[in-house]
Write a protein that binds this ligand. Structure first.
Ligand code: NAD
Ligand code: WQD
Length: 340
């Protein structure tokens, strides 16, 4: 298939481009580089051994998006593009609604005009909100999220379901990621957050490489085994493989739209993750326990049964793989990707 990957220069997108190429697909990337660097694409090309055309377009620009679809034929779209920082979305809700919703609407309109029948979307476990029973299952109906970022995912899932119901032949897979971490085993590409990382794994990696003094553990008085929060971390390589599996499953899907959890089904605590990272680095890492972070849930993980039975996908890599690969990437690229 000829696949348009929106946000293909980003963290998950760049790994998925490699998996798509390795599975025999032709890939075209569209990205405005608002949260990624163009130099990512040179690494992706050298790792894949293929030329990957890139269009530097802001997808909220509906006219430019339309022009892209008018000039190129696509069999499918994998839609990663979006803003993703939970805290920033609370401070700048309108920027998040504008970017994430408008880019999705431009894409959906162009897909409809040009009869592109397949769509895979980056959703998130955040759509399960605060009240869903753990493990999270896709048939839970009361989707909501406490942040504007998460609300854009809830809304986009709804918009895509309505569009698929109204468009003959359109099939949509909504992939609800749990906590993606890790990097390509080559150490050539990985997560490159701008500024202070919001998330645990990139923060740990920056402590290990000496860019941050210490990890602050956000609370150790949760009702969990060691008192720290538990999450379902999955390797970005497994996640990328999940997109290929979903894309290849779409034509066989009975419904126009279907959600799939992509997670391992296992929770890991903050302290367990810290100790796994210490094993990868080969030394202890400094940390202290601080107050809870507003909005954090104590513990959640996926029920990944649907993805296993319907997509034939399961996460294979361990927490130690995730830490070893993150460390290989971070230690080889302490400043992230080079500038343009
Ligand atoms: P990322 O920021 O690394 O990648 C997103 C890419 O989209 C970036 O390269 C950015 O430049 C691009 N982009 C943003 N707005 C755009 C626009 N208007 N037009 C064109 N390009 C635009 O993020 P990521 O971690 O790779 O996440 C990819 C997707 O997965 C996002 O939709 C995110 O919400 C979702 N997701 C991520 C996580 C996670 O923990 N990383 C978890 C669940 C869901
Ligand atoms: C993991 C655990 C923190 C940093 C977020 C989004 C979610 C999804 C994935 C996009 C928590 C603790 C963290 C630190 C810490 N993204 N922590 N010290 O919050 O589970 O999920 O990313 O859809 O929507 O909310 O991930 O990596 O931020 O935190 O103790 O410096 O690590 O409290 O328990 P989270 P995270």
């Amino acid at each position: 298939m000829r696949v348009l990957v929106s946000g293909g220069a980003g963290y998950i997108g760049s790994h998925t481009v490699l998996s798509l190429v390795a599975s025999g697909h032709d890939v075209v990337v569209v990205d405005d580089f608002s949260n990624s660097k163009p130099t990512v694409m040179g690494r992706v090309e050298s790792l894949s051994g293929t030329h990957v055309p890139v269009h530097a377009i802001d997808l909220t620009d509906a006219e430019k998006t339309e022009r892209l679809f008018a000039h190129e034929r696509f069999d499918a779209v994998v839609h990663f593009a979006g803003l993703k920082a939970v805290g920033e979305s609370v401070a700048k809700p309108l920027a998040y609604y504008r970017n994430n919703l408008d880019s999705t609407l431009s894409l959906l309109e162009a897909m409809r005009r040009h009869d592109v029948p397949r769509l895979v979307f980056s959703s998130s476990a955040t759509v399960y909100g605060e009240k869903a029973p753990v493990p999270y299952r896709e048939d839970y109906d009361f989707l909501s999220s406490s942040s504007p970022y998460g609300q854009t995912k809830v809304m986009i899932e709804r918009i895509m379901a309505d569009a698929a119901a109204a468009t003959d032949g359109l099939k949509v897979a909504l992939l609800r990621y749990f906590n993606p971490v890790g990097a390509h085993p080559s150490g050539q590409i990985g997560e490159d957050p701008q500024g202070i990382p919001n998330n645990l794994m990139p923060f740990l990696a920056q402590v290990a490489v000496g860019k941050r003094d210490k990890l602050v553990v956000f609370g150790d008085d949760y009702p969990t085994a060691d008192g720290t929060c538990e999450r379902d971390y999955l390797h970005v390589e497994d996640l990328a493989a999940g997109h290929v599996a979903a894309l290849q499953h779409l034509d066989a899907m009975a419904e126009p739209v279907r959600a799939f959890n992509l997670g391992t089904g296992t929770g890991t605590s903050v302290l367990q993750m810290l100790h796994a990272f210490e094993r990868a680095v080969g030394r202890e890492l400094p940390y202290e326990v601080g107050p809870r972070r507003a909005g954090d849930l104590a513990a959640f993980w996926a029920d990944p049964t649907r993805a296993q039975t319907e997509l034939g996908w399961r996460a294979e890599k361990t927490i130690d793989d995730m830490c070893a690969d993150t460390w290989r990437w971070q230690s080889a690229n302490p400043q992230g990707f080079p500038g343009a």
